[in-house]
Design a protein around this ligand. Structure first.
Ligand SMILES: N[C@@H](CCC(=O)N[C@@H](CS)C(=O)NCC(=O)O)C(=O)O
Length: 315
């Protein structure tokens, strides 16, 4: 397995996210500070102060770059995109097409950014990472929190066209949070629970829960256009990044193959609609997704061959 982690600031190739039942158990992220418009948190929203590290293949990081793009933060927050294929030393920077090297810390590997922020860090080295250039530290590495900050805290630097976009409006916050909680374990993390299971029982449980939840949301989207009703919210973007990868990677490599996404008429139309929303598709990379999963997880695909298909008409 190419995945490793930092132990006391040193890179190791241990990977310990499965229990004795063969179930995948995702570790929690550790950097949870908050950028605020007024600076009361200690991290004031400022133009040019922050840097975002992402992978275009990763569904969690994809959420943050979608918000970055859709809120018009390109000239406010700088960006690095890792090589899609995770290396023996974790995420690396390269000249792979569509990647962007680390212009801030000039790291070769993302673990170096973690160690610069926190020299004795122990834990996984994951994307996304939001970095503060002023105090030289990681502010936050949890996608669900980063997208909330991007949605509202940088508005004063944006044109009114972008200021007015609100994917987390106060009257829908409770509903968004409830849906995010509801889709996390069976769907967003559920595909990983299928793919990384090491026992039949763990896989059976995960795949059953995944398809029950997909059927549930298929029915909901038969009644309403978006997860919270008539308006696109953060909940939709968080479901979208998993759906976008479904037929490209999860159906094949992770054995999420009871049905394809295209076999769910409502979920499939919804996925296509979100893909076509604004400039979303400019940060949707089929190539990075397929390389991340097929070339970067030799435990699941020892040949690392990236399949040619499937041909999927998102556009
Ligand atoms: N809870 C985190 C999860 C982030 C995460 O697990 N990212 C994966 C990529 S899909 C990663 O960086 N994995 C590398 C590793 O575990 O070594 C979030 O939502 O931001």
């Amino acid at each position: 397995m190419a995945l490793g982690q930092l132990v006391n600031g040193t890179w190791t190739t241990e990977w310990t996210e499965r229990n004795e039942k063969g179930q995948f158990q995702r570790m929690s992220t550790q950097f949870h500070q908050w950028i605020t418009a007024d600076g009361s948190s200690g991290f004031k929203a400022e133009s040019g102060r922050y840097h975002l590290y992402i992978s275009l293949g990763c569904p969690w990081a994809h959420r943050t770059v979608l918000l970055w793009k859709l809120k018009g933060l390109e000239n406010i927050i700088s960006l690095s995109i890792v090589d899609p294929v995770i290396s023996e030393q974790g995420w690396q920077f390269s000249d792979y097409t569509g990647s962007i090297r680390d212009t801030v810390n000039h790291a070769d590997y993302l673990w170096q950014v973690y160690v610069k922020s926190s020299p004795t860090y122990t834990g996984r080295v994951t994307v996304p990472v939001l970095w503060d250039k002023q105090t030289n530290q990681i502010v936050n590495n949890e996608s669900r929190q980063i997208i909330q900050m991007f949605n509202s805290e940088f508005n004063e630097f944006l044109d009114s066209e972008f200021q007015n976009i609100d994917f987390y409006p106060p009257h829908l916050r409770e509903a968004v949070d409830r849906i995010l909680d509801d889709i996390y374990q069976p769907i967003n993390n559920g595909v990983y629970r299928c793919g990384f299971a090491t026992s039949q029982a763990a896989y059976d449980e995960a795949v059953t829960e995944l398809f029950q939840a997909l059927e549930k949301y298929e029915a909901i989207l038969g009644q309403q256009r978006y997860l919270c009703g008539t308006q696109i919210t953060l909940a939709d973007w968080c479901l979208f990044t998993t759906l976008f990868r479904f037929d490209l990677a999860y159906y094949g490599l992770f054995k999420c193959n009871v049905k394809r996404l295209v076999d769910f008429p409502n979920l499939w139309n919804y996925c296509r609609e979100l893909y076509q929303y604004g400039e979303a598709q400019s940060v949707c990379s089929i190539d990075h997704v397929k390389h991340l999963y097929y070339a970067g997880l030799p435990e699941l695909n020892p040949s690392r061959i990236v399949p040619t298909g499937p041909a999927i008409a998102f556009g």
